[in-house]
Design a protein around this ligand. Sequence first.
Ligand code: COA
Ligand code: MG
Length: 296
Amino acid sequence: MKQTITRSRRCILYVPGSETRKIEKAAALGADCVCLDLEDGVAPSSKPDARAGIAHALRTLDFRASEKMARINPVGSGLEIEDLASVVPARPDTIVIPKVGDAEQIRRVSLYVSEMESHCGIEPGTIALVGMIESARGLLNLAAIASADLRLEALIFGAEDYAADVGALRTREGLEVLYARSAIVAACAAFGLQAIDLLYLDFRNSDGLRAETLRGAQLGYAGAQVIHPNQVPVVQQVYTPDDAAIAAAQRIVESARENLQAGRGAFALDNKMVDMPVIKSAERVLVRARAAGKIP
Ligand code: COA
Ligand code: MG
């Protein structure tokens, strides 16, 4: 298992690779990740233009601190090799692989990326992979997918595609995708990956977005996908521990240190029992706060 990934991925903003103006805008929004899309956000006839547009944007635009992601078409679509061939030489930080059904698909992309890295003089292992789980097959193969390759850093839950694949009807409460949504978090936790939550489609409704994002954070997600600039600050705020949460976590971690030194594994703090799981949760809050730049 790899070490816990501390890179902040509170929010992944999608931008169709065919839309130059949106790409320029996205680069300056301060999103943790900007994902230049070649898949479902781009019409089949626009894929060649989108490949060229993404490569050009990666070479010429300043994305500041945002992670530069490119989403290719699914492995087996017949488009993925050309996608990778156009995009990898322009050095994205990360390749997002949609509709992952089995571990072999991740390994194939990784192998191809390795070849491209050596061909283009990019340091081996630089480009990360993120896989999307959005089908029943992907869900059943979760453990194998999550442990498929060392480049893999996160899994994304594609709730709409998943619902369409299993024949679920989407509801506001989301019970129909809860099993998959939770299973992805568990697989990511088991194999040291980050879990990135579903997308909230009603992009003008920020109260609804906040509530849905909070549900994902409560389930254990590290971030969520978005499609519109207005969604970026809402989601990033939910995934940034506030000052009170940071202070409480720091207090737990400090008193745990003292109590452990005194030989106590469980102790009382503010009339509540603290033991290892509480300490671990507090440490996670501090990891998030650090990744978001709120504490050194
Ligand atoms: N990234 C960057 N900028 C974006 C953006 C995005 N994802 N979505 C919208 N914008 C920009 C618009 O260009 C517009 O900028 P302007 O006023 O300077 O021209 C501004 O934000 C406001 O946009 P708005 O008019 O509210 O939305 P819209 O009707 O133009 O677009 C969507 C709505 C959903 C089509 C658009 O948000 C979008 O393309 N999202 C990404 C879709 C996608 O990638 N899907 C596949 C992955 S799930
Ligand atoms: Mg999808």
